[in-house]
Design a protein around this ligand. Structure first.
Ligand code: NAI
Ligand code: 15L
Length: 279
């Protein structure tokens, strides 16, 4: 989708999996794509191609984030810790980093942000439930809590300062679904790109929550509360179903990773209580 949404677009987390996948795609949607990530990722990012700029920044460092944001009209925010783990790095990158990003956006007049939130904000809903964008968060991990914080922080910046944000609760965005759970949560890279462009280009975004999944047959999410975003997924995990079933074992229905939408994230990081683990 070649529609130009903004002149200079900042993409944080540009050296990560989704950053790499969106780098060529988002180039069509702006005059200048500014890529940002931690200094340690310099080699992964390589040099700036035509129509690109690179501004390295640690999200935990306010002045570095300001330098990355200055001169941009919109941001696609992929940067941060992307899995469950020790709290300190999550605190620095996802919580302090989110605050630094929104303060920089406020100071430098950024009007719209696409925030890579996560299905783990609602990971403690069961796989037998269908949830809407209005269901309360039920994070399954410290990582999920940090994304819920990001959603609330961005809401405050919308209510106070009018900065519009799409909190995209990405399911599982990889080249293909890795397991049976991902048949429900999978988001193709092309659908992710469609979703980002929809968020950047819809006339009125406000503060919106959108589930980022493809048009999969098995679905836990009802996106009808986000129709104004105009995201119409065009891919489906169904084409991978046979292969995924052939290479993965029968699910154990007593396993919380099978019962809950958050899957394996329920077990990583801080210990689970006996209540959730056992029965
Ligand atoms: P990734 O881990 O491959 O990329 C994250 C990037 O953020 C990395 O390049 C890393 O260097 C950067 N980063 C981490 N801490 C930083 C800091 N303090 N300062 C600056 N940069 C920092 O993750 P991936 O898969 O590309 O995901 C991108 C975003 O989307 C993440 O925020 C993740 O939480 C979110 N997401 C991804 C999903 C997926 O299926 N890939 C699903 C749900 C959410
Ligand atoms: C996420 O939030 C992670 O960033 C990603 O690595 C996947 O694990 C995904 O969720 C998932 O739930 O499959």
């Amino acid at each position: 989708m070649a529609i130009k949404t903004h002149s200079t677009l900042l993409m944080t987390g540009a050296a990560g999996g989704l950053g790499a996948a969106m780098r060529s795609r988002l180039k069509q949607n702006c005059d200048v794509l500014r890529l940002s990530d931690r200094a340690a990722t310099r080699d992964t990012l390589g040099s700036a191609k035509p129509g690109e700029e690179i501004v390295l920044a640690d999200l935990a460092q306010a002045h570095e984030v300001e330098a990355a944001v200055q001169g941009c009209q919109a941001v696609v925010h992929f940067g941060g810790i992307s899995v469950e783990g020790p709290f300190e790095p999550i605190l620095q990158a996802n919580i302090l980093g989110m605050y630094n990003l929104y303060e920089a956006a406020r100071k430098h007049g950024v009007r719209r942000i696409v925030f890579a939130s996560s299905n783990h904000v609602t990971g403690f809903y069961r796989q037998s439930e269908t949830i809407t964008t209005s269901h309360p968060p039920r994070p399954d991990s410290l990582y999920g809590v940090s994304k819920a914080f990001g959603e609330d922080l961005s809401r405050m910046y919308f209510d106070r300062y009018g900065i519009e944000t799409a909190c995209v609760r990405i399911g599982s965005s990889f080249p293909e679904p890795k397991d049976r759970r991902m048949l429900a949560s999978w988001l193709s890279y092309d659908d992710l790109h469609r979703l980002i462009v929809a968020c950047l280009s819809t006339p009125v975004l406000g503060h919106s929550i959108v589930f980022g999944v493809s048009d999969n047959a098995v679905r836990w999410y009802d996106n009808s509360g986000a129709r104004h975003v105009g995201f119409v997924p065009q891919d489906s995990s169904d084409v991978f179903k046979e292969a995924v079933y052939a290479r993965t074992p029968e699910p154990d229905l007593n396993d919380p990773a099978v019962q809950y939408q958050g899957g394996g994230f329920l077990f990583s990081g801080i210990p689970m209580t006996a209540h959730k683990k056992g029965s």
